[in-house]
Design a protein around this ligand. Structure first.
Ligand SMILES: Cc1cc2nc3c(=O)[nH]c(=O)nc-3n(C[C@H](O)[C@H](O)[C@H](O)COP(=O)(O)OP(=O)(O)OC[C@H]3O[C@@H](n4cnc5c(N)ncnc54)[C@H](O)[C@@H]3O)c2cc1C
Length: 419
């Protein structure tokens, strides 16, 4: 892996271009190998030394950071100003965001967690981007002020590009004020009753920050291994508003905190969570803790990014294809992660993929056990367009060769159906 100084980067990329060398953009390399394998040999070019906060305008609620800056460092820099980036710690990070990787990696993967429900995803929070094209020429889109939308499409294109189009060198993002009051509620009960409750809550005038389905293992939610729970996060600038929302939810659940009841929503148990308990509950993943990241996630041989249309989430929760997998899924977005040990058979993951596709969604295989090689993703209907964009950005096909989102990775095509 090469970790150049910022001033060395353009020359280095130009040199790779002239020599037709395949290469892979990298941030802090915390999750570099997750997803389809990249054709070897290739040079890995890390942005770890692009780690400065270039500009923070608290009054304008914008921040410009170099791509290799750790997400946790950006949050720490914003915190004294009462601001934050409303982004989840990536799956496998520790409880305080250690192992969460770089801002560039976050943008390149383009994934989001439960905060997407209120704050949208990272692509919607970006207002500017700087990049190096595959020929080493610097380019930029957007700007540093929220109303500047020039180049909007280029930013969205790079978001979720998995390093296949260009090297992101810096991004400008919107910041948000940190809500001073935050509290959580965990609801337990039969899945059907929780689904009815979730439908009501999503359609109500209440405004939770997020509503996450969780199905966790033994040490997970305290609801018993494999039991479904709903984690509701509430945040407000007003303590009174927060308490009113909590009271309304508890009343609807038909229960005082910790007690069972609930005429119209089944027997739901409600537990209140203080802000620190909520923060820990919002980011479950195996081995989360100091030194987390891909090492800590080693216990999960399978790691799947999955999604269905939000109204199909209750169906998804009842599919036998989820057996043996733990799960976190946004009730409002239908997007989440599932993970499990190597004991989960390949055919079950394939059945889950079929189920999600029929429900208007997808499964991306981020990790899989040694010996199994199901495609990380399948062809998108827009494959020809995606390949045309790739040819424009990277005519020599140098970047992340073999890993182009929406194009089924070569060499692992599914066999044609029998008969
Ligand atoms: C809720 C949530 C869950 C997530 N879960 C996962 C997950 O399960 N698996 C996962 O892989 N990611 C996940 N992500 C994305 C995650 O944020 C990134 O994988 C992580 O930030 C990687 O950071 P890194 O610096 O270590 O990147 P790396 O591991 O170095 O690279 C990750 C990817 O980004 C590309 N990349 C990195 N930096 C740049 C750059 N400057 N320019 C262009 N491309 C670049 C690389 O080519 C590679 O494809 C999740 C994000 C969220 C918000």
């Amino acid at each position: 892996m090469i970790t150049p100084e910022p001033r060395e980067l353009p020359h280095l990329v130009q040199d790779l271009h002239q020599r037709n060398r395949p290469w892979l953009p990298a941030g802090l390399a915390s999750r570099l190998d997750w997803g389809p394998p990249v054709a070897r040999p290739h040079t890995v070019l890390s942005c770890a030394r692009l780690n400065r906060i270039l500009e923070h305008n608290p009054g304008d609620f914008t921040i410009t950071v170099e791509a290799g800056t750790p997400l946790v460092a950006v949050q720490q820099a914003l915190q004294p100003h009462g601001q934050w980036l409303p982004l989840d710690w990536p799956w496998g990070s520790g409880p305080a965001g250690e192992g969460s990787g770089s801002i560039g990696g976050l943008v390149a993967r383009g994934q989001a967690g439960g905060y997407r429900q209120r704050y949208l995803g990272v692509r919607d929070q970006m207002i500017g981007i700087h990049l190096l094209r595959s020929d080493g020429v610097a380019a930029r889109a957007g700007g540093k002020v929220v109303k500047n939308v020039a180049g909007y499409d280029l930013m969205r294109l790079l978001c979720g590009s998995w390093g296949s189009l260009a090297l992101i060198t810096a991004v400008t993002l919107r910041t948000q004020p940190i809500p001073p009051h935050r509290q959580g509620l965990r609801l337990q009960g039969p899945t059907a009753a929780l689904a009815a409750f979730s439908r009501w809550l999503l359609g109500s005038s209440l405004s939770p920050e997020r509503i996450d389905w969780q199905r966790l293992g033994a040490a997970g939610s305290g609801a018993g291994p494999g039991a479904d729970t709903l984690l509701i996060s509430l945040a407000s600038i007003s303590a009174q508003t927060l308490q009113e929302q909590i009271a309304c939810i508890e009343e609807k659940a038909g229960a005082a905190p910790g007690a069972a009841a609930g005429a119209d929503s089944g027997s739901l148990l409600v537990h209140r969570l203080a802000a620190d308990e909520l923060a820990a509950a919002e980011a479950p993943s195996p081995g989360a803790g100091p030194g987390a990241g891909s090492d800590a996630a080693a216990g999960a041989a399978w790691l799947l990014r999955l999604g269905v249309r939000p109204e199909r989430v209750p169906d998804l929760l009842t599919t036998p294809a989820l057996a043996g997998l733990e799960l976190v899924l946004g009730a409002g977005s239908g997007l989440g992660h599932a993970w499990g040990s190597a004991a989960v058979p390949v055919h079950r993951v394939e059945a889950l993929r079929r189920h999600c596709r029929e429900a208007g969604g997808m499964v991306t295989v981020l990790r899989q056990p040694g010996g199994s090689s199901i495609p990380a993703w399948l062809d998108a209907p827009s494959r020809p367009l995606i390949e045309a964009v790739k040819r424009q950005f990277d005519p020599k096909q140098q970047l992340a060769r073999g890993r182009l989102p929406g194009v089924e990775p070569p060499g692992v095509a599914e066999p044609p159906p029998a008969g």
